[in-house]
Design a protein around this ligand. Sequence first.
Ligand code: TYD
Length: 390
Amino acid sequence: MILDLGEQPPSNSFIDKNELNSLESKFPLRLFWCNNCYLVQLLDIVEKEYLFRNYFYMTSASKPIVEHFKKYAQDVYQEFLQKDDSLVVEIGSNDGSLLKEFKKLGTLILGIEPATNLSKLANQSNITTKNTFFSSHISKEIIKSRHATVVIANNVIAHIEDLQDLMSGIKILIGDHGVFIFEVPYLVDLIKNLEFDTVYHEHLSYFSILPLLELVKQFGLEIFDIRKQLVHGGTLRIFISKKDNHQINKSVKIFVDKEKKLGLDKIEFYEKFSLDVQQLKKNLIKILTKLKKENKSVFGYGAPAKGNVLLNYCGIDTKFLDHIIDTTPLKQGKYTPGMHIPIIPPSNLNNDDVALLLAWNYESEILIKEKIFRNNGGKFLIPLPKPIMK
Ligand code: TYD
């Protein structure tokens, strides 16, 4: 084990007012490292039906992600999708935000989304979506009509328990010529920036390139390019195809060499991370306690899943935070899991307040958006990588 974040409720299980007095399910949240294949993962696995069948994270609620998707679709289209009858399949297509962009560009699309509420929303806006978990079985069904030219998966393969079946399904779906493009948060960024709150029950694996190379090799596939993206606090876009289909970009060797140099294949790298996280918790509580003594009112800015991990791990409840503001309609009126902090829609911010930035991955956008608040004396408390006031 390399990190212990205690017993926590699933971080997206926001609760209603009438559930506040019921017992919440909590599960151990611990990170393990395999000294054989170097994969970092959770071993305490919460049933996926429980986590993903009703889901509150909606891609279209985050403006920067919508922008990211527009460019994403255009880039992929230009590189791989010029033919008329190309099919793009997206695994974990959420409310259809990315597929919508591909549809505009004229490709055939198919979404695969286990959350019933989200797939319904997507289908209502004419983004054809199958309400199911991805599997090799689904791939076999799809290829009865055609193979996919591009299969996309953003921030979703870390959610999949059976990586062998995922890769087998990808291999079937892309056939001889397709590509699989996926985005995952990069373990190296997580550790360097102390983004420990991105560790939660939905994220079963924390990827670096070393274990991925081995995984895809078992299926006759290979990584032919790796491109760094700036969203979500550091993400990798990884390109995979059947072996020998694409020239291998030099980026692949650069990543491998860097990971070995950093020591991702040694336990010491992870031990230091764990100590740093424990220290961060102490520092953050110290600052919040001081603010409360000064009679400041502190509220949370954004109610992302990761915010709940941070709140639960540090024990930040309504003694510290009055409420949390969030733009997602589905979250408003609910309470955060574990710490039970009420979530309200954004309104005018009080200039004497301090905003604990739980959605720290949107720091630059949010600081610009809240210029007036800051100009009038309001402050943001940024929790990571080192708690600071801005
Ligand atoms: P995000 O970091 O995208 O997701 P995750 O749950 O995977 O950690 O979530 C950001 C949350 O912050 C989301 O609930 C929307 C909210 N948000 C705001 O309330 N205001 C904003 O200006 C932005 C950018 C996000």
